[in-house]
Design a protein around this ligand. Structure first.
Ligand code: AHR
Length: 327
């Protein structure tokens, strides 16, 4: 680990110039130790993010310590405190929910350890407590999903059931908001049921079973919108078991672009997904290295791309390109 740089000064509005003056140590990536408080392994996407983070660290010779919080914020807070006690050079945090981080992030700031948010945001009140956030625009993801559905159904009446992500997670709040924006002004497309499936396959299946029951065996459902592909894979299973035909009778649109959703697309059982790159750590490492080396303060938000895939995109080819990436 290198001698720590005075991140607190860089996190103020004084910005780049003061930060550059105040940084005495030129660090190289190979000297760095980064602690990563990961949420857990609720989805294929999350597993891939962990795998890719390890690979990106290795590429740069950075020592990466990963703490798996098993979906609990209290475990993430403990992990951050442990990283601070160990004196790591930087902390990556994938915040399970958006609130409740002020105290522990203030402790990291006090210890002059820069924090980088990965894949999810925290409430704006915590903005001064981290260096940068590497995330997608999750409102945009939901909007893309909603707009795809509106375009696909045209004037047809379409009752949508929604599987939400973890309650309180920024991505769940934003993906819901974005989808609602995407279908706004199209009175024929309405969300008739919406419940959390906690970003997992098992819960996605269970909630979809209850939706099917509540909607007269599912015949009145026109489309399923899921905040991630894993819940959709569970929902597809539930639809098939109920004798329904996902992908034809019932449209599907979800987020992540994990290999299994492309398999489902190739089988005609899924229709669309919005890609979320699992490589959040690469840009985060680069930001930390530049910050440590010469005081470069990154933009507050490093935005990753969101791309829509549909069954027209040669799903088996995409599946093949993704299947060995740690999902
Ligand atoms: O924060 C990113 C989300 O978290 C992914 O879309 C989902 O699969 C997950 O686990």
């Amino acid at each position: 680990m290198t001698a720590r740089t005075p991140v607190s000064s860089c996190l103020t509005a004084l910005g780049l110039s003061l930060a550059m003056m105040a940084l005495p140590v030129a660090a190289v990536a190979a000297d760095l130790t980064v602690g990563f408080s990961q949420i857990g392994s609720e989805s294929g996407w999350r597993a891939a993010e962990t795998t890719v983070s390890k690979a990106e660290a290795e590429k740069r010779g950075i020592t990466l310590k990963i703490a798996d919080a098993q979906q609990k914020q209290e475990n993430q807070i403990k992990a951050i405190r442990a990283f601070v006690a160990q004196g790591v050079d930087a902390i990556f945090l994938a915040p399970v929910v958006s609130t409740g981080w002020e105290t522990v992030l203030a402790e990291a700031k006090e210890a002059e350890i820069p924090v980088v948010l990965l894949d999810r945001d925290i409430d704006p009140s915590g903005k001064d407590l981290y260096l940068t956030a590497v995330t997608s625009d999750s409102v945009h993801e939901g909007r893309v999903a909603g707009e795809w559905l509106v375009k696909t159904v045209g004037d047809k009446t379409c009752n949508v059931v929604e599987l939400q992500g973890t309650v309180g997670a920024s991505v769940a709040t934003n993906r819901k908001k974005g989808f609602e924006e995407g279908i706004a002004g199209h009175a024929n497309v309405t969300i008739v049921r919406s419940q959390t499936g906690e970003f997992t396959r098992a819960k996605g299946k269970e909630v979809m079973e209850s939706f099917i029951k509540a909607e007269g065996g599912g015949k009145s459902i026109c489309a399923v919108y899921a905040h991630n592909d894993d819940m959709m894979v569970g929902a597809i299973q539930a639809m098939k078991e109920a004798g329904l035909k996902p992908g034809s009778e019932i449209l599907t649109v979800s987020i992540d672009a994990v290999p299994d959703i492309f398999k489902a697309m190739a089988a005609g059982e899924a229709n669309a997904t919005v890609e979320l790159t699992p490589n959040m750590a690469g840009p985060a490492f680069d930001a930390v290295v530049a910050f440590k080396e010469n005081g470069t303060v990154p933009p507050k938000w490093i935005q990753t791309e969101s791309k829509l895939y549909t069954s027209a995109d040669d799903p088996m080819k995409v599946y093949e390109s993704k299947k060995d990436l740690g999902y």
